[in-house]
Design a protein around this ligand. Sequence first.
Ligand SMILES: Nc1ncnc2c1ncn2[C@@H]1O[C@H](COP(=O)(O)OP(=O)(O)OP(=O)(O)O)[C@@H](O)[C@H]1O
Length: 268
Amino acid sequence: MMNYSPDPPADPPASLTPAVRAEGVTVVRGPRTVLRGLDFTVPRGQITGLLGPSGCGKSTLMRSIVGTQAKVTGTLAVLGSPAGHPTLRTRIGYVTQAPSVYNDLTVRQNLDYFTAILAPALSASDRRHEIDRVLTDVDLTSHADALAGNLSGGQRSRVSLAVALLGTPELLVLDEPTVGLDPVLRRDLWTLFHSIAADRGATLLISSHVMDEAERCHRLLLMRKGEILADDTPDALRTRTGAETVEAAFLHLVDEAATAAHEKETTR
Ligand SMILES: Nc1ncnc2c1ncn2[C@@H]1O[C@H](COP(=O)(O)OP(=O)(O)OP(=O)(O)O)[C@@H](O)[C@H]1O
């Protein structure tokens, strides 16, 4: 016999709801379906890597999660609310592929400008405090008065990240933040991502098409041609496929998917 309760179940506590829950998420861009019925969750407080070749749909998925993508169907819940809900604006930090900083402003002026937009009610001293905090987070205090245009690529990426950290967001969505950076800067940025997750319990969703960065993530969403090939930890992926690296595991899964598609085709 089923137990029947006339009351709807209470919402689970925030700590139990995933940061992102997708069910049947589909996105059409122009004439093409670029995301095809994606089902996955992103747990809170961890770093989830979104990996896959160029053009597989990583940016489209990130734009859907932050609420800037049109023609999204299916269910996409972010921090317990529908993606794009106005209350999510201050709870999500988003860094697009092109660093969105003004080259003719100093680092501090850039942050001052974005703080004024994000939190216009903050007093001047609170604003300064907030800017000092994110400058420390990204280790750019000594460059606060440098023009953004005079910084290196890695430093400019960190300014973008500092902008995303304003207001202490619960979810950070970072679209290929390490692209074009040398190995030392990439390593430093990954150390910073891990300290943001560990110190604040923030959730980070980070895209990359560099497979060796997969090893630095707690969990992985492997994408190909608008579909999720795997949603697992790097260890579990290697074990399941018998591969030594995540890259080899990815290639194994691609071959497996191609074989399955071929078999389906020939048994029709
Ligand atoms: N405005 C658009 N109209 C139609 N198709 C588009 C549009 N923008 C992107 N696409 C297509 O959508 C697909 C997914 O693009 P998306 O930028 O999400 O991929 P990506 O995995 O982030 O690629 P990259 O790693 O190169 O940034 C691509 O095949 C692309 O050609």
